[in-house]
Design a protein around this ligand. Structure first.
Ligand code: C5P
Length: 208
């Protein structure tokens, strides 16, 4: 039988990462944060002095990606947020990252979080979750994270940055962010991490 793949897609700060990591541990499956791939491409472009919107620079960076690139501590910063979404809008970049993601899933199954796992990377995933929350709830979560890291920034600014990124991710021509037709939508507005996890686990168990 095919290995179990669980797709966890959705917009920024919906709680996908925390949720997917916990589900993977519970289900004994490998976990892949696919956003890190796009972040690592953006980091390479920026280090080489290029712009993430430059197609040549973005494609060259994606072609040069190494496993070590995914271990860098500086991938999660806000400057990488927009850069990742800018390289991710470019078809050659997405094409270069596709095999790695599919091979990862095929090896031993996986819980993978991203934007296009259920629609493009693993359309045959056993369970597809689309995890979302209101824009206000997501902005507040990201703002609290940044406060905790000692980055004072107005809530409105976090909300505006997030809106730009989500709009770009949803509007791009190739693999736009959207729920697969057979995705189960989990709205985590008003749910804490534990409640979201319990709800997700119930949805998944019913399908396994
Ligand atoms: O999930 P994360 O916020 O780390 O993703 C960073 C960016 O990478 C997203 O805004 C999106 O543009 C891109 N991405 C993508 N497809 C994925 C995962 C991430 O386009 N499967």
């Amino acid at each position: 039988t095919a290995p179990v793949v669980i797709a966890v897609d959705g917009p920024a700060a919906a709680g996908k990462g925390t949720l997917a990591r916990r589900l993977a541990a519970e289900l004994g499956l490998p976990y892949l944060d696919t956003g890190l791939l796009y972040r690592a491409v953006a980091r390479r472009v920026l280090l080489s002095g290029g712009l993430p919107t430059n197609p040549q620079a973005a494609e060259a960076a994606a072609a040069a990606l190494t496993p070590e690139d995914l271990q860098r501590p500086d991938l999660r910063g806000p400057d990488m947020d927009q850069g990742a979404s800018q390289v991710a809008a470019q078809p050659p970049v997405r094409a270069l990252l596709l095999d790695f993601q599919r091979n990862f899933a095929a090896r031993n199954g996986a819980v993978m979080d991203g934007r296009d796992i259920g629609t493009v990377v693993c359309p045959d995933a056993r369970v597809k979750l689309f995890v979302t929350a209101s824009a206000a709830a997501r902005a507040e979560r990201r703002w609290l994270e940044r406060q905790a890291k000692g980055e004072p920034i107005p809530l409105e600014e976090v909300a505006a940055e997030m809106a730009v990124r989500d709009a770009r991710d949803a509007a791009r021509d190739v693999a736009p962010m959207r729920p697969a037709e057979d995705a189960l939508v989990l709205d985590t507005t008003g749910l804490d991490a534990d409640a979201a996890y319990e709800a997700a686990l119930q949805l998944i168990r019913a399908r396994l």
